[in-house]
Ligand binder design. Structure first.
Ligand SMILES: [Zn+2]
Length: 248
C-alpha cells in the first residue's frame, strides 16, 4: 500500500500527528479517556494522546497550527468556563478550527465507512479558509471535563426521495465545551435551494449557540448545559439528527 495522501494537500501523510493539541491536553486537569465513535463503530476508549495519520507535517505545523493559535485564547476561556461574548470574527475563527477538527475526525475511521468530506472541501478549507456549503456549527456548555469525539452519518429523505441526501455530524467535547459540526451534501439539483433539516425535539435553543453561519454577537454561556446523565445528556446532542432526519 502506498503512502496515504494528506487530507488537505497533495503531499503524503507520512507523519503521525496528534489529534488534540498539547495546549488542549494540558489545560484539562481531569483528563478522562478520549472516547471516539465514528459511524456505527464500537465505542473505543483511548488512553494516551491520539495520533492520526491523515495529515502531513507541513499542514499540521503550518496553517493548522496557525488556526490553533488563533482560537487558543478563545477556546481556553471556554475550557475554564468564563462567561463572555463572541463577535462574528471570533465565531468564524472557532468555526474554522471546529471544521478542521471535524474533517480530521471524519478521516480517522475509514475502514468501515467512506470518508464524508470531499477532497475539494478539505482543500478549500486550507486554501481559502472556506467552510463547506450547508454546514452549521454550534457550541454548548458541558458540565464536566474530558475529551470525547463522535461521528454520525445521517441520510435524509427529500420529499418522497428516500436517502437522497447525506450528512455527517461530528460532535466533540473539549473540557467543558461541546461542539457540533453538521454538514449535508445534497444532490446538485438542489444547489442554491435552502432545505431545512429536521432534528429530534429538545430545548436546543437554550442548550446551544450557533456560531456558523455567524451572527452579530452571541453571549456565553447558554441558559442550559449538557450533563453526563439526565436531564440533558450530551449523548442526546450526538444523536439529535439521527432520528427522523428529514429534509422537509
Ligand atoms: Zn498537507
Amino acid at each position: 500500500m502506498g503512502a496515504r495522501q494528506c487530507l488537505f494537500c497533495p503531499k503524503s501523510s507520512d507523519s503521525k500527528e496528534h489529534l488534540w493539541s498539547d495546549w488542549i491536553l494540558q489545560s484539562l486537569k481531569h483528563r478522562e479517556p478520549v472516547r471516539q465513535m465514528i459511524g456505527d463503530a464500537p465505542n473505543k476508549p483511548f488512553t494516551g494522546p491520539v495520533t492520526v495519520r491523515c495529515v502531513c507535517g507541513g499542514c499540521n505545523q503550518g496553517w493548522m497550527s496557525a488556526l490553533e493559535g488563533k482560537v487558543r485564547p478563545l477556546v481556553g476561556s471556554f475550557l475554564h468556563d468564563i462567561s463572555h461574548t463572541l463577535d462574528a470574527e471570533q465565531q468564524e475563527a472557532i468555526s474554522l478550527w471546529a471544521t478542521k477538527t471535524a474533517m480530521v475526525l471524519d478521516a480517522t475511521n475509514t475502514r468501515i465507512r467512506t470518508r464524508f468530506y470531499e477532497r475539494h472541501e478539505c482543500e478549500r478549507l486550507r486554501l481559502q479558509s472556506s467552510i463547506p456549503m450547508r454546514s452549521r456549527i454550534w457550541l454548548g456548555r458541558f458540565c464536566g471535563s474530558g475529551l470525547f469525539a463522535a461521528g454520525t452519518d445521517i441520510s435524509l429523505d427529500i420529499g418522497k426521495a428516500q436517502k437522497a441526501a447525506h450528512g455527517c455530524v461530528i460532535t466533540f467535547i473539549v473540557g467543558c465545551l461541546a461542539i457540533q459540526v453538521l454538514t449535508v451534501h445534497f444532490p446538485p439539483q438542489y444547489d442554491g435551494i435552502e432545505i431545512p433539516v429536521g432534528l429530534s425535539p429538545g430545548p436546543w435553543d437554550d442548550l446551544l449557540v450557533g456560531i456558523w453561519p455567524t451572527s452579530n454577537r452571541i453571549s456565553w454561556p447558554p441558559g442550559l448545559a449538557f450533563t453526563m446523565g439526565k436531564p440533558f445528556p450530551f449523548i442526546s446532542l450526538r444523536d439529535r439528527w439521527k432520528t427522523g432526519s428529514k429534509a422537509v
